[in-house]
Design a protein around this ligand. Structure first.
Ligand code: ZN
Length: 169
């Protein structure tokens, strides 16, 4: 997965949705959404995170961008990776203990506390891997807010969204 470096200063594009219509493609039916976009220059803080107030160029609504420093964004991402790895370790360990005890001729009964813990550890571990991997891939160093809620359906952060993945500014 290509990881683009985060910049101290980047231009993000905030879109105001003005139209959407059904779209038909080859073996694909979806919605085509059209936005009026406006560019905003965002400067990252040296550390921690900050909230920048911007105004939609189309409807003049007040919008908020939560901007994380490069260091904080990296830290959040590292935490997610550690979460995923811990989840993976728990899953593998639970399966390994189960298999080893089975082959050793002393399977752990489900009625015991250890058996119940091992059975529960597998889905919990898998879920933890999912949560961690999602956070690692999607850590949003820049996120759009409105004053009252997270996202309002009309405004969206488009290109330059600040994910470490495909959209890192
Ligand atoms: Zn707007």
């Amino acid at each position: 997965m290509p990881t683009l470096p985060l910049r101290d200063e980047s231009t993000v594009y905030v879109g105001h949705q003005y139209d959407s219509s059904p779209a038909f493609g080859f073996l694909w039916i979806g919605t085509e959404t059209r936005y009026r976009t406006a560019a905003h220059l965002v400067r990252r803080p040296a550390s921690g995170e900050t909230v920048i107030e911007i105004q939609c160029a189309t409807c003049e609504k007040e919008l908020l961008l939560r901007v994380r420093s490069i260091a904080l964004s990296r830290l959040m991402r590292k935490r997610s990776l550690i979460t995923a790895l811990v989840g993976l370790a728990v899953t593998v360990l639970a399966i390994a203990i189960g298999l080893v005890s089975e082959y050793a001729g002393a399977p752990i009964p489900l009625s015991t506390a250890l058996g119940a813990v091992l059975v529960a550890a597998v889905p919990v571990g898998f879920a933890t891997v999912g949560v961690g991997a999602y956070g690692w891939y999607n850590e949003a160093s820049i996120r759009l807010y409105t004053a009252t809620e997270l996202g309002d359906g009309t405004h969206r952060l488009l290109a330059g969204a600040g994910s470490h993945g495909a959209l890192a500014p």
